[in-house]
Design a protein around this ligand. Structure first.
Ligand code: SF4
Length: 205
């Protein structure tokens, strides 16, 4: 069903106000230098957890957990994400999604299924490639932001990781102003986690 690189059985912080399990989807085509889950970027690796095991785990947690977070990597890369979310909802769990909005058409498909989205908006448009390493990535994120803001039933948080090597104060100010103009209600600036990132990971023996 999903190519999963890991699972956290309980989190209190990844789905605000909810006790949840986190499923880490394998694969992401972007290459943010600060990515703190670099082992989840390749797609040419075997999934670590069979879906049947996930469902069996969740069946045992009915009544104890409120929700399930689909995180990554980039969950939108998984073609069967809608099916997986439906299976989780059928067990009575709420659904949260962490995404960078890399495939807007797939976000549109899952928005009717999700209760909360943490959407990364990484930079103002002119600086997107500097962060993700990919030309055109900012247009995808912008389109996804439009879709999310139009989905009135979905609660959300827009997140920006502040790496001083990639974004300057002017960039942050521009982005904050732009998001406020777009009517974004909750925008969170996050510090980089220096312990492990894509740069350090690629230097490991
Ligand atoms: S931080 Fe960037 S590279 Fe890492 S998973 Fe998110 S979008 Fe992909």
């Amino acid at each position: 069903m999903l190519q999963l690189g890991g699972m956290v059985p309980l989190t209190t912080i990844d789905f605000p106000g909810h006790l949840a399990a986190v499923l880490f989807c394998q694969g992401c085509p972007w290459h943010c230098r600060y990515c703190h889950n670099p082992h989840l970027l390749p797609t040419n690796v075997a999934g670590k957890i069979p879906w049947a095991e996930v469902i069996s785990f969740l069946q045992e947690r009915v009544g104890f957990l409120d929700g399930v977070v689909f995180s990554g990597g980039e969950p939108l890369l998984q073609p069967r994400l809608p099916e997986a979310m439906q299976a989780v909802k059928a067990l009575g769990f709420k659904v949260a999604l962490h995404t960078a909005g890399i495939i807007p058409a797939r976000l549109a498909k899952v928005l009717p299924l999700v209760d909360w989205v943490g959407l990364d908006i990484k930079a103002p448009l002119h600086a997107y490639k500097r962060v993700t390493g990919l030309a055109g990535s900012g247009f995808k994120a912008e389109e996804s932001l439009d879709l999310l803001l139009a989905a009135r039933h979905v609660d959300y948080e827009i997140r920006t990781t502040v790496d001083p090597g990639l974004l300057g104060e002017v960039d942050i100010q521009q982005l904050t102003t732009l998001l406020a103009r777009r009517g974004v209600k909750r925008h969170v600036l996050q510090d980089c986690r220096p312990a492990l990132n894509l740069d350090k990971y690629q230097q490991l023996p």
